[in-house]
Design a protein. Structure first.
Length: 206
């Protein structure tokens, strides 16, 4: 299976320790190469991993999350450039039923075009290494940097699909970087990402 899992961490040593206890073991059980990178910022850590990967595809995994069994096998059944997993959100030790996230306000199963309005694809999306390098890798945003990179891939022509049998296990932490961001920060960043990618309000291409 020509894919590498990259666990990218930044900040204090506690995130490295958590990655070693949780994220890395879950990936090592899948019998694929696993790379752990640690830098001063999240986007630098993810880009460092992107530079090291020698396989054709990459899957990122956050330190506090896990890939469930058969994740890689399920991803390999897909045919599109970007392959998004279902997500099982875990509150404390209780895991919810897995589901595909949706862009805010969307009542349907999201597709690639929905990326013009917001993100429904988590960090565990499988992507071609060449594509991520082509669009410039990860950029520094205070929130939703995964939407920014998947949106750039889509605007570059990437095809998108959901893989129901691939389950990304996301441990919910109210103090995490994404969840602790204020509404004002979220909205300002959302508008900035739209502008940086030539997208207007409502997902209109400018």
């Amino acid at each position: 299976m020509d894919v590498t899992v990259v666990v990218a961490t930044f900040g204090g040593a506690e995130w490295v320790d958590l990655a070693k206890r949780r994220a890395i073991p879950s990936a090592q059980h899948l019998d694929v190469p696993v790379i752990h990178t640690h830098e001063n910022t999240l986007h630098d850590a993810r880009n460092a991993g992107l530079e090291l990967v020698e396989t054709s595809h990459i899957i990122y995994l956050d330190a506090d999350d896990e890939l469930e069994p058969n994740y890689i096998t399920a991803m390999m059944t897909g045919t599109c450039d970007l392959r998004a997993p279902q997500v099982r959100y875990v509150h404390n030790t209780t895991g919810q039923h897995p589901a595909f996230p949706r862009v805010y306000g969307h009542g349907h199963m999201c597709v690639g075009e929905c990326l013009l309005q917001g993100n429904w694809m988590v960090i565990g999306t499988m992507a071609p290494v060449s594509l991520l390098r082509k669009v410039g890798g990860w950029r520094d945003w205070p929130w939703s940097e995964d939407w920014d990179v998947w949106l750039r891939c889509y605007l570059d022509g990437a095809t998108v699909e959901g893989i129901p049998a691939a389950i990304y296990r996301a441990h919910v932490n109210p103090r995490s970087r994404n969840r602790s961001a204020s509404h004002a920060v979220r909205m300002a960043t959302h508008r900035a990402i739209e502008a940086a990618n030539g997208i207007g309000p409502g997902g209109v291409r400018l």
